[in-house]
Design a protein around this ligand. Structure first.
Ligand code: NAG
Ligand code: NAG
Ligand code: NAG
Ligand code: NAG
Length: 518
């Protein structure tokens, strides 16, 4: 082979392994919204207006078969590790303020890989992956800079987080805002959506364009508490429910922030080589203005309303812009997808559960993912009020009557769910099972068709029945058995749950700020 041909072959090979990225590593901006429900984005026909999200996604690829985890810490954990939470010991719950643990320090996180790939790495917003000791902080886990909340549920304006410290029988309210590793003061009265978008824009404006940029922006919006400057709420006079109206205003502020950030990327000349991902972290919380209509359930549950996420990719680098993807994609897929887009390797991580989805998203190829473990959590308890919990007791009775009807050894009173192509199997109590009506209606209205009791094992064909109305386990016993076997297989690979008791040493005192104490 002569030199030119050899070069050509090599160039074609490089193009084929790394797609369009052989030339220049793309900037990557990942925007995560908190508690943003399926029915809360304009393009899902919501009454809430999101012109920026609508137009960005219309010119990009909307992910309409995209999954996240049902709560905050687990979604972020899977985003940054590319691994299921059963593999990090974090399959149960969020990290509460005084719990002394974090994402295991031997996990290699997405920003670490991006840094190895030569990126400038920045994070703005909500961390919530543990902070009891300094080694757990974002700046020690791959981010060059960080500005934001270490936990969740702060006040949007004071940035104070109140929390019970059970061992001390004390309710402590303290600041939760950091710039790098230092407490950030002087931001009282600045609404967090505006604050975080300004900080993100600062990062973009200060960025040296000779390096690729990785920016992870995790909004506090639109998680409770429901707080919003009046002018964002004003266009929603027609919404009677005050929670929903405030929430709508919060969504509008976030939408505006995304518009501002996109504008900054364009002004700085970065946009042409940028991949922007937008994702919810879990389903909407119906108790705090969110809606997942017409999906069943809500945040905290393994019903579609808890885990089917709003998500899209916007980028001039997409090969089929303006399309809708119905391919199965999960939040754990971003790590291999984005590291791949950066032209870097994932061979230094622990075994990944995520798949590289770039060709699926950009070119419309079939998803390499056939199966998705939603979770297995033997300690699950949902204490939030759910209308009509009678069905739950029926489930316990069913289980006690005949726990081992199935050949598989899987303990079907465990809260678990798995998806395999069109099939979804749920075991145990999946969480609040109500079909909440469209937000214009009374939010505690229970759909009449939901009187059928829950069963310890339930099977749905999600492609035909995304609302999970027709339970078909009796019709497909072999599908049930094989999915129970898959759950048994996953459960064998699970590491023990790490969910330590709260440590009273977390108390920041009357004048302190939440932060590392160990
Ligand atoms: C978006 O930018 C405009 C103009 O600079 C500013 O007034 C507004 O507060 C910004 N919005 C957010 C949510 O940051
Ligand atoms: C990853 O792969 C590259 C070559 O493809 C190799 O040089 C490197 O040592 C590998 N790293 C690990 C941790 O296996
Ligand atoms: C099955 O799982 C439930 C819930 O985690 C647990 O309480 C029960 O002890 C388990 N049963 C067996 C036989 O392991
Ligand atoms: C509101 O609920 C009523 C039943 O109570 C139903 O007939 C109507 O279609 C619902 N409206 C919307 C917008 O879902």
């Amino acid at each position: 082979m002569d030199e030119t041909r050899c070069f050509l072959v090599l160039a074609v090979f490089l193009r084929s392994v790394s797609g369009v990225f052989a030339a220049k590593q793309p900037n990557i901006v990942f925007v995560l919204a908190d508690d943003f429900g399926w029915f809360d984005v304009g393009y899902h026909k919501s009454e809430i207006r999101t012109p920026n999200l609508d137009s960005l996604s219309a010119g990009g690829v909307r992910l309409e078969n995209y999954y996240v985890q049902p709560i905050c810490t687990p979604s972020r954990n899977q985003l940054l590790t590319g691994r299921y939470q059963i593999h990090t010991g974090m399959q149960h719950q969020i990290i509460w303020p005084c719990q002394p643990y974090c994402v295991p320090l031997d996990e290699k996180l997405l920003p670490q890989l991006m840094k190895e790939a030569g990126y400038a790495t920045h994070m703005v917003g909500k961390w919530h992956l543990g902070m009891y000791k300094k080694d757990c902080l974002p700046t020690r886990r791959g981010f060059d800079t960080y500005f934001g909340y270490l936990m969740g549920s702060e006040d949007y304006n004071t940035h104070v987080r109140c929390s019970n410290i059970p061992p001390l029988d004390l309710n402590r309210c303290a600041l939760d805002l950091r710039d790098g590793e230092e407490v950030a003061t002087g931001y009282e009265g600045v609404y967090s959506t505006e604050l975080f978008s300004k900080k993100a824009i600062n990062v973009i404006e200060k960025h040296n364009p000779n390096k690729p940029l990785f920016l992870y922006l995790a909004f506090q919006a639109v998680h409770a508490p429901l707080q919003v400057p009046d002018h964002y709420m004003a266009p929603y006079d027609f919404i009677h429910d005050l929670n929903r109206r405030k929430y709508a205003g919060m969504v509008s502020a976030m939408d505006e922030a995304v518009g501002n950030i996109t504008r900054a990327l364009k002004q700085e000349g970065l946009w042409e080589n940028t991949i922007l991902v937008f994702s919810a972290d879990n389903g909407g919380q119906t108790l705090s203005g969110g809606s997942n209509w017409p999906l069943r359930g809500r945040k905290m549950s393994l019903w579609e309303g808890g885990i089917r996420g709003v998500g899209f990719v916007a980028s001039p680098l997409l090969e089929r812009p303006g399309t809708v993807s119905k391919e199965l994609i999960h939040i754990s897929d971003w790590l291999p997808t984005l590291v791949g887009a950066a032209g870097w390797k994932t061979n230094s991580t622990k075994p990944l559960d995520g798949f590289n989805m770039w060709n699926t998203i950009s070119k419309g190829f079939a998803s390499p993912r056939l199966e998705l473990l939603h979770n297995i959590d033997p300690l699950y308890v949902d204490t939030a009020p759910c209308p009509g919990t009678k069905s739950r007791f029926t489930l316990d009775q069913e289980y006690n009557k005949n726990p081992w009807t199935w050949k598989s050894g899987f303990n079907v009173s465990i809260h678990a769910a798995i998806r395999h192509s069109e099939w979804k199997l749920l075991t145990g109590y999946p969480g609040c099972d109500v079909w909440f009506p469209r937000p214009e209606n009374n939010s505690f209205y229970r759909d009449s068709s939901s009187d059928e009791p829950l069963k310890p094992v339930m099977l749905f064909n999600i492609e035909d029945d995304p609302e999970e109305r027709n339970e078909v386990s009796a019709l497909y016993p072999s599908v049930v058995e094989s999915l129970l076997d898959r759950l048994t297989h996953y459960q064998k690979s699970a590491v023990p749950i790490n969910y330590p008791d709260p440590d009273p040493k977390c108390d920041p005192g009357p004048d302190g700020a939440w932060g590392p104490w160990a």
